[in-house]
Ligand binder design. Structure first.
Ligand SMILES: [Zn+2]
Ligand SMILES: [Zn+2]
Length: 295
């Protein structure tokens, strides 16, 4: 009812409440990611890889219209999406087949081309093995290229599953754990929109659900003590490493509030220089990013 007199429930107390979870709209997620990768490919020395990932995200976005509706596991417990149960899922397997076929026209390095071919002809058991690895946010060091295509299909399928959930049904499951699928975050972002300002959300590396976190907190161990920030450029950098002296872990934090175009996945890849800088510190990167597994 809008008579102009009823208070907006989200504004009671004068401070808008940030929703705990933001359910992904897969079309927007992958189309935005594709555009951002394409833009980032125009600058810097990672152009070829960023362009490839941009075209892969475009393939993901375009496939959405053709994929059958998802109907797989919503279990009663939490998280509602049971990742491990998806390893042998027929719809997920079919999505991988279609993704590999659609990716054939993408200009890619020879290793990726061979991996796409290998995944296309892989047995159901080999594909299930890759999905089980991805369900555990784990990529074997000697099989990063095939897992990249499996991860793209896994992202598509899980984002579609997440899109069927209701944000209000999701509850916090702990630090660094996606409330929709139990996966790890790729990065976190400080955002502002019509209702909230300067709030932080972690983005799931796989299903793209976002969940609210306090501004200064290690996303690996949950500590709010001993947190510091490092950047490859200036103090004004829009991508920083949030570092924890308690567990020696770190994860990137993106200041979308300063640059709304930052994308939780694309800008993580484009800021690879920060990863290389952090490698010198001995701290260990937390979270998960299948597109950075080969670096
Ligand atoms: Zn998730
Ligand atoms: Zn920590």
């Amino acid at each position: 009812m809008s008579n102009g007199l009823s208070p907006d429930p989200s504004l009671i107390g004068g401070v808008p409440e940030a929703p705990f979870a933001i359910i992904p709209d897969p079309e927007t997620v992958f189309a935005t990611r594709a555009r951002r990768f394409a833009f980032l490919a125009e600058s810097g020395n990672l152009g070829g890889y960023l362009r490839f990932l941009g075209e892969l995200a475009r393939v993901q976005a375009d496939l959405l219209a053709d994929l059958p509706p998802v109907s797989t596991p919503h279990r009663a417990g939490m998280p509602p999406i049971d990742r491990k149960a998806l390893a042998g899922d027929a719809a997920l397997d079919a999505t991988l087949t279609r993704l590999c076929a659609a990716a054939k026209s993408i200009d890619m390095p020879e290793a990726a081309r061979a991996a796409r071919q290998a995944v296309t002809s892989a047995s159901p058991a080999d594909r299930a093995w890759m999905f089980l690895n991805l369900a555990k946010d784990h990529i074997p060091a000697d099989a990063t290229a095939p897992h990249l295509f499996a991860a793209a299909a896994f992202q598509l399928h899980l984002s579609l599953l997440a899109a069927t959930l209701a944000a209000n049904d999701l509850t916090p499951l702990g630090t660094g754990i996606c409330p929709a699928c139990g996966g790890k975050p790729v990065t976190s972002s400080v955002i502002a929109n019509e209702t909230v300002e300067n709030v932080r959300y972690c983005t799931c590396a796989t299903c793209a659900t976002q969940w609210n976190e306090v501004r200064i907190k290690c996303q690996n161990c949950g500590s709010t003590k001993g947190i510091s920030y490092r950047s490859a450029e200036t103090q004004e950098a829009t991508v920083k490493a949030e570092c924890c002296s308690e567990c020696q872990g770190w994860l990137k934090i993106l200041y979308q509030v300063k640059n709304p175009s930052l994308d939780p996945v694309a800008d993580d890849v484009a800021s690879l220089g920060l990863d290389l800088m952090m490698r010198e510190t001995g701290l260990k990167r937390a979270g998960f990013h299948p597109f950075l597994a080969g670096f």
